[in-house]
Write a protein that binds this ligand. Sequence first.
Ligand code: LLP
Length: 465
Amino acid sequence: MSRSAHPAGPRHADVLPEAHAGPAPEDVNALDPAIWPITARRVDGVLHVGGVAITDLVAEHGTPALFLDEHDLRSRARAYSTAFEGVDVYYAGKAFLCATVARWIADEGLGLDVCTGGELAVAVAAGFPGERIAVHGNNKSRSELQQALDARVGHVIVDSFDEIERLAALATEPQRVLVRVTVGVEAHTHEYIATAHEDQKFGFSITSGDAFEAVRRVLAAPGIELLGLHSHIGSQIFDSSGFEVAARRVLALQARISDELAVTLPEMDLGGGFGIAYTTQDDPADPAQLATEMSKIVEHECRALGIPEPRLSIEPGRAIVGPAMCTVYTVGTVKKVLLDGGAVRTYVSVDGGMSDNIRTALYDADYSCTLASRASDAVPVLARVVGKHCEAGDVLVKDEFLPGDVRPGDLLAVPGTGAYCRSMASNYNHALRPPVVAVRDGVARVVVRRETEDDLLATDMGDAR
Ligand code: LLP
């Protein structure tokens, strides 16, 4: 299967549907626990999450809407901090952040990685402890850096020579920093989300010598205290081999710093990127296995280099929030389209689309979905779930088997939408970004409200009102 993004425009029928959907499932109503929130189950045919029926949630909150299983998110956060004992785990808020989730993350004892002033403002408003916040970003403004200093954040991850100067000029008390380096590793992931190869905007290259120079400048700058190096090699990674190469290269630089500058760096951050299952065909490693493998790699390398083991930190985002949410849509139209060769593709149009989940259009991402408002024993048909935007590439689920009697008014649920869906949502076509409703023990509460037409009009400088 090609991993490259398709060009804008129609997805042609030359893509073999089976390539994405696999063979027809034995039971089209079954919920694979690998891709659904922990509490998801069918009761009398209706999907329930957090002990609440999707039909009831939709009656109250409408569609499209994202439903967030609190139990699922907390369990995954705990699974990471337990598996990575002795390692500082920062939740990467870019995957999804609101004040409620920031509080849950704080409760579970994790740190928080933010990458803009906006994310930092949410964390601060939620009362997230400043010392457990790490601030990222390749272009932090003076005011964002000042905001970080005011919040007394634990770490700033510096990403450019300009930023080192900017931060040194602002800091009145020593600010702890990590230097973000690029290690030349391209993890097994989509090209657009691999960030550690050399030709990209993040970090300082180890190979070119910029990383070493950045370390020298940070050490020389007043008001900044260097704690270690940081590397993030990409996202949706399924095994530890990329981390192994990254750790080896970062630690080799650490050894050079120790030899040439007589400085021992006490910390090292290996970033996020731990993959999740979006379809039944995905098989990511579990946190315990990754933790064991990563700590072995670091231990072995440090011993070989004769340097002390730094305290490790990681920054999972997707792996904590991705599986905790599903997006529910209402079916509006069902259309059969005849393909070359006589096959038929069923286009199911729903009331959301690329404005609430751009990942399929942007990354060629695979998703699955199920008929959520009822079970059906109709013969499955291969369907493509599309949105309502004026764009032929507005596809949500490329290929999925749905019951052949799927019809307008049915509810469809797409699992695995917790990460990088609501956080990357847009107002394209003046769509109203959907709400996020947290569910737990039979109780639902809105944690991010649906935008309204008034919100859109309020940002429009026209004089229509
Ligand atoms: N740390 C750093 C420095 C990062 O840049 C990222 C993600 C993470 C941690 C968290 O990575 P995660 O564990 O969530 O994979 N929009 C893309 C993903 C972009 C990831 C950007 N950086 C997507 O929808 O797949």
